[in-house]
Design a protein around this ligand. Sequence first.
Ligand SMILES: [Zn+2]
Length: 299
Amino acid sequence: MPTSNYIARATARDGLVRAFAIDSTDVVAELAARHGTFPAVTAALGRLATAALILGVMLKEQEQLVTLRLRGGGPAGTLLVTATGRGEVRGLVSNPRPEIDQARDGKLNVAGVVGRDGHLTVTKDLGMRQPYSSTVELVSGEVGEDVAYYLARSEQVPSAVGIGVFVRADATVEAAGGYIIQLLPGLPDDEVAGIETRIRSLPHPTAMLRSGDSPEGILARIFPEGWQPLDRIPVRFHCPCSRDRAERALVLLGGEALVEMREEGRERGHTEAVCQFCAAEYRFSTAEMDELIDEARAA
Ligand SMILES: [Zn+2]
């Protein structure tokens, strides 16, 4: 899919402000299409994926991974997204189509599907032996506020997080994206107050994107007196699954489970393994299943 989706990374105020703005419209549209999400879940998963993409490019190395797991006790169940330092994201949700009001008071019912009583866990795989993991309680279940609370609490960086997803009446995604602005120690109080006032007066992130703002256009609204661009990182949906990985995952299930799967699939002539993250389907013939069973038993 051709895409103009990217993150603009910038600094302002002599490096005391770190800024990220993103257009993730196509990425969120693809997530919604692959998982067949109802509108409020599209918004919840899309907001989480958009935040994850920015947290991903905050990592030092492109190969590093960040995983956001949101469990709020709502009818959508667990939402899980993983992003890399190179701008790739994938995600899943345990119930993509919960039967509750998708909108409330003219807004998508994001907190309603996520729930408000639970936790956000952020795990960073930095290539060390142990991944680094941190959990905070949910503030609102609206995702953006919860990510802001995580950044302030766990990373001790006060951050303004504005992310949104606009879903059309036909349930397709018209716009997704937003910004994260981080205020580093040493920034004078009056400048902090000025930036906070400006951010409070901004239109909703998707209103800016729908009116034609690029990520740089969003930054220009937040820092009218100037900012320094650093780089642009293209973002996309990407799942690293493959037939090889599916085979290895099957072998790990053990001989007994594989025999059961083979028998269930015997009539169709094959057994299917479906990737939960991207819905890719890998088929294994009865003969191929026999080989995997031998492999599992030999292990
Ligand atoms: Zn996959």
